[in-house]
Design a protein around this ligand. Structure first.
Ligand SMILES: [Zn+2]
Length: 216
């Protein structure tokens, strides 16, 4: 295989790496979104539970007032207990309304979260299949490269550079970090098709033919 062909494969390898990163990002975004919705649901369920517990407390308080009122009491204390009981009844009614609202909300929200969970799980499985497929293609491509190219690729990948692993010559300099290249190095890259890494940023130079998409 001629060098230009290998350079094209190198470019393909790089695009597989980018696709891999983007799929992984999609997957982690999906998982985060799902976790958020599930945690919102959990919070709403806990709120409903707290309201139910409060209602039980109020029932107990009312029963106690009832018991007290069944005894013989002085008029003043009887009135006081009745007022307290009325306060509890008012609170009880408010909480029952809140609980009804919460239950209605939960019926819809539980259904929504169940649907989102199923959809997300399907999407995650789909992404996993794509990631697996990508990894296989990437390994095969990598194995087909000459060993010195593999080493250079591994070194630049380890740097996790934000603008990618490859660069080109632009006006005698690295297009990305502007490191100046001698005419000799320029000719090695563009004419002799040697694999060179930029001394400034470590990115690998793709020869002009590969960058422009033309083969001669
Ligand atoms: Zn550079």
């Amino acid at each position: 295989m001629d060098n230009v062909a290998v350079f094209f494969q190198l470019k393909e390898y790089d695009s597989l790496c980018r696709e891999n990163d983007s799929l992984k990002k999609q997957k982690s975004d999906l998982i985060d979104r799902l976790k958020n919705r599930q945690s919102e649901l959990h919070t709403a369920q806990e709120q409903a539970q707290t309201l139910k517990e409060r209602l039980r407390d109020l029932d107990r308080e009312l029963a106690e007032f009832d018991r007290v009122l069944s005894q013989r009491l002085a008029e003043a204390s009887k009135q006081e207990v009745e007022e307290k009981a009325l306060g509890v009844l008012i609170e009880q009614q408010k909480i029952e309304e809140l609980l009804e609202e919460k239950k209605t909300f939960l019926v819809g929200f539980e259904k929504t979260v169940a649907e989102i969970t199923q959809e997300s799980n399907e999407s995650i499985q789909d992404l996993d299949r794509k990631l697996h497929h990508l990894a296989t293609r990437r390994e095969l491509l990598f194995a087909s490269f000459p060993s010195d190219w593999q080493g250079m690729l591994e070194r630049v990948q380890a740097k996790n550079l934000s603008l990618g692993n490859f660069t080109k010559i632009l006006e005698g300099k690295c297009a990305l970090c502007r490191y100046k290249l001698s005419l000799e190095v320029q000719s090695e890259i563009d004419q002799q098709l040697k694999l060179k890494a930029c001394a400034g940023c470590s990115r690998i130079f793709l020869p002009y033919q590969v960058v422009s998409g033309s083969r001669t």
